[in-house]
Design a protein around this ligand. Sequence first.
Ligand code: SAH
Length: 255
Amino acid sequence: MNSNQHRIIGIMGAMPEEVEEIIPMIQNLQKFEIGNRIFYSGTINHISVVVAFAKWGKVAASITASVMILHFKVNEIIFTGVAGGIADHLNIGDIVIGKNIYQHDMDARPLLQQFEIPLTGKLFFECDAEKINLYHNFISNSIINKISFDKEIIDYLESIKQPYPKLYIGDIASGDQFIHDYSVKKTLKEKIPTLLCVEMEGAAVAQVCHEYKIPFSLIRIISDNANNDSIIDFQKFVENIASKYSCMLIQALFL
Ligand code: SAH
């Protein structure tokens, strides 16, 4: 983005519940329907934003990201949402800022290496390094350090015997698969040893941002451990606290 260009940030959420919580924070709110998706534009703390529910899976999220870039002219995208924890040290409620983002279901072997994205020569897409540091500082200052976590979040995490949330930076993988099986998780972990968590959209949006040369940030909250308890853990997390987390994250980034 050159310095004369007006900054417009696209904010995509993985769950409609998360996006609904962000809408009341938008001033000068306008609503648009394009490609069977609802987009909300306006400002948060004087910064122009466009907010949308990404819809689930890689293709759906790519469509949403493309509309944001081509129609609304966003010049940065931030994706927030829930994810399944892969690394053993992650607990439900932890926050992960994405670094290298893989498409774990991309496999054109023997023509290409496993995970290689055709015509890019890349095994993963990198999130914007400057934004990683910036957003890490914002989140750790306002959430982790100041103990300003929403009380309902802390109460819920205590009720499911999870420790106080931690903030990490690390690798994330996306695929059109809800991972809820220990053996699938184990295989993924062996193939990508640096992996912290899995989800279903981030790497697709990372690819769109790579093609249009705009910075991308991915911030995920662990809703389940991508194992045999995932379906129940995930549903309970979404019902109880996912939207509170998104609201808190957006406040940390913008206010
Ligand atoms: N609730 C929806 C489906 C949501 S899909 C329905 O019932 O139709 C799951 C969402 O949570 C995706 O946005 C994905 O990115 C994220 N997610 C959370 N845990 C995950 C896991 N274990 N595996 C894959 N995606 C996960």
